[in-house]
Design a protein around this ligand. Structure first.
Ligand code: DHB
Ligand code: MG
Length: 210
């Protein structure tokens, strides 16, 4: 998108408050990777949660808690975001972010590898947002489908993999993981899916059948 247009959109629809800018600042200060979602993507996730009346949301990959704050803020007071993070340092920073955001019981971080944690969760989530390591994405897809209720949303960040999904020479496990998730989302008859070309691609899928 044209830079001026992007600023126009951001200034109107994706304004960060001090909590969100603070999370990004701390992430930078601590040398954590600057791979958080963008504000406009955060706002889109927030709107999707509100549109579906989401109460129970699962995020795979918390990093510093930036996306988690956008997600949890869309929940009603008794709603719950569970976010899984395997890096203990990231987990500490993300928990701090949730406390600063005053989210209380609306955001819970579970520290551990997603493939260890996912089998411990009860199904019935309204939304599953996948934004973690890319190689196991076929498994995250399967777990997402198992844990989502019918009518729920399965969301994938980095669905374009910085454009690498259309580079036939890129056969790396990460890019193959993204390709596999995209293909499953496009062909699984239990899903209706659309690609939103925001930032690095946000894949939005609604589960229409068990
Ligand atoms: C990377 C991972 C992400 O989830 C992201 O949003 C951007 C980049 C990465 O591993 O490079
Ligand atoms: Mg990402």
């Amino acid at each position: 998108m044209d830079e001026r247009l992007a600023r126009y959109v951001n200034d109107l629809f994706a304004i960060e408050d001090g909590v969100l800018t603070g999370i990004r600042a701390r992430q930078e200060r601590l040398g954590l990777p600057a791979i958080n979602i963008s504000a406009d993507e955060g706002k889109l996730l927030h709107v999707l949660l509100r549109a579906t009346g989401a109460r129970r949301v699962l995020e795979i990959g918390a990093l510093a808690g930036y996306s988690g704050v956008w997600l949890a803020r869309a929940l009603p007071p008794d709603g719950s975001l569970i976010t899984i993070e395997k890096d203990p340092r990231h987990a500490l920073v993300a928990r701090q972010a949730f406390a600063e955001a005053g989210l209380g019981s609306r955001a819970t971080l579970i520290e551990g590898a997603a493939l260890d944690v996912l089998p411990t969760l009860a199904p019935g989530f309204d939304v599953v947002f996948v934004d973690a390591d890319k190689e196991p994405l076929a498994q995250y897809f399967a777990w997402g489908m198992r844990l989502l209720r019918v009518g729920g949303l399965l969301l994938l960040d980095n669905a374009f993999r910085h454009g690498q999904v259309v580079n036939p020479e890129d056969r790396t496990p990460d890019t193959e993981g993204i390709r596999t998730f995209n293909r499953l989302a496009a062909t699984d008859s239990r899903l209706v899916s659309a690609m939103v070309p925001i930032r690095d691609g946000l894949l939005v899928c609604v589960k229409v059948a068990e």
